[in-house]
Design a protein around this ligand. Structure first.
Ligand code: GTP
Ligand code: MG
Length: 305
């Protein structure tokens, strides 16, 4: 079979499982995943390498009705990728579609129909991914597929979490990619920097464990990434967890420091897995009022568009 390569964007509503799918395809945890919507804030590039193809996969922030400037920017990032890709994988939350059908609601809501029209207008191949099959009995699948057939004939049910159905996605994607050599070395997982991924893995743990507005008021900045002992199998990382208020700082630290300890322990484990070495992780929680509106900080965090 001739080798194929190209670029595919994962788009869809918040929480549909785009980042989980990226991690499943890349085979390592490089993108932040949490139970909360709007976990991903910028596009994240992962490389899906198989013996027959290399797919440059762009994970994007969830498409939603954005009301703050910061959220609007996230949606703009997602819509911007439409112009740069060979195909779109539209990730849909299967349990939500089953519920919509059962309730007689439209299967696609406003922001999604909008994107569909733009994908079609650009003539981009569209793969509909029905994610979270592990949560839905098999017999519920067919009516959903029938309801979606007019949007695209290419529909792939899978579970990003259980990593099932990925071979069908591989077949569907390979059909629409151009025949050409790999664009990046085939053992590479991402073009993001280790610093960026490390910050995301820390932020992921904050998003997963904190409540109310705290997950959304948090950013992570890597202050120091000391690799001088990497040869000896050790890396030392200093990271600042930015929040907007003292009350949020108290929550992230937790009673007797329990929360920050849990965040630190879990983040250290995933970072050590990614870097393949021991990690010493020092976390500092810092109040930075209005960081979402501070151009200097947004630039440092890579969130300035
Ligand atoms: N049961 C189940 N849960 C899943 C699956 N895929 C993702 N999830 C869960 O869905 C939640 C959201 O996953 P993410 O991958 O962060 O979703 P996302 O689409 O990237 O979300 P945003 O970045 O907020 O737009 C997490 O709790 C995941 O563990 C799946 O196949 N099955
Ligand atoms: Mg995401």
């Amino acid at each position: 079979m001739p080798f194929r390569s190209g670029t595919v964007a994962l788009i869809g509503r918040p929480n549909a499982g785009k980042s989980s799918l990226l991690n499943a395809l890349v085979g390592e945890r490089i993108a932040a995943v949490s139970r909360r919507p709007q976990t991903t804030r910028n596009r994240v590039l992962g490389l899906w390498n198989t013996p027959e193809m290399q797919v440059v996969v762009l994970d994007t922030p969830g498409l939603h009705d954005a009301w703050t400037a910061f959220n609007q920017r996230m949606v703009t990032v997602s819509e911007g990728v439409l112009g740069e890709v060979d195909a779109i994988c539209w990730i849909l939350d299967l349990p939500a579609l089953v519920a919509a059908l059962a309730g007689g609601e439209p299967i696609l809501d406003g922001p999604l129909s909008n994107v569909r029209d733009r994908v079609v207008a650009r003539g981009l191949p569209l793969v509909l991914v029905l994610n979270k099959t592990d949560l839905v009995p098999k017999e519920e699948l067919l009516p959903v597929m029938a309801a979606l057939a007019e949007i695209s004939p290419v529909i792939v049910p899978l579970s990003a979490k259980k990593r099932t159905g990925l071979a069908s996605l591989e077949r569907a994607v390979s059909r629409v990619l151009p025949v050409q050599p790999a664009l990046y070395p085939q053992d590479q997982l991402t073009t993001e920097t280790e610093r960026f991924i490390v910050a995301e893995l820390i932020r992921e743990r904050v998003m997963e464990h904190t409540e109310q507005e705290v997950p959304y008021a948090t950013a992570v900045e890597i202050e120091r990434f000391d690799e001088s002992s990497r040869e000896a199998g050790k890396v030392h990382i200093h990271a600042r967890i930015l929040v907007e208020k003292e009350s949020q700082k108290a929550i992230v630290i937790g009673q007797g420091g329990r929360m920050i300890k849990k965040i630190g322990t879990e983040a250290r484990q995933s970072i050590a897995g990614l870097l393949g070495c021991q990690v010493r992780l020092d976390l500092f929680v810092v109040v930075e009022r209005d960081w979402t509106r501070n151009p200097r900080l947004l630039k440092e965090l890579g969130l300035d568009g």
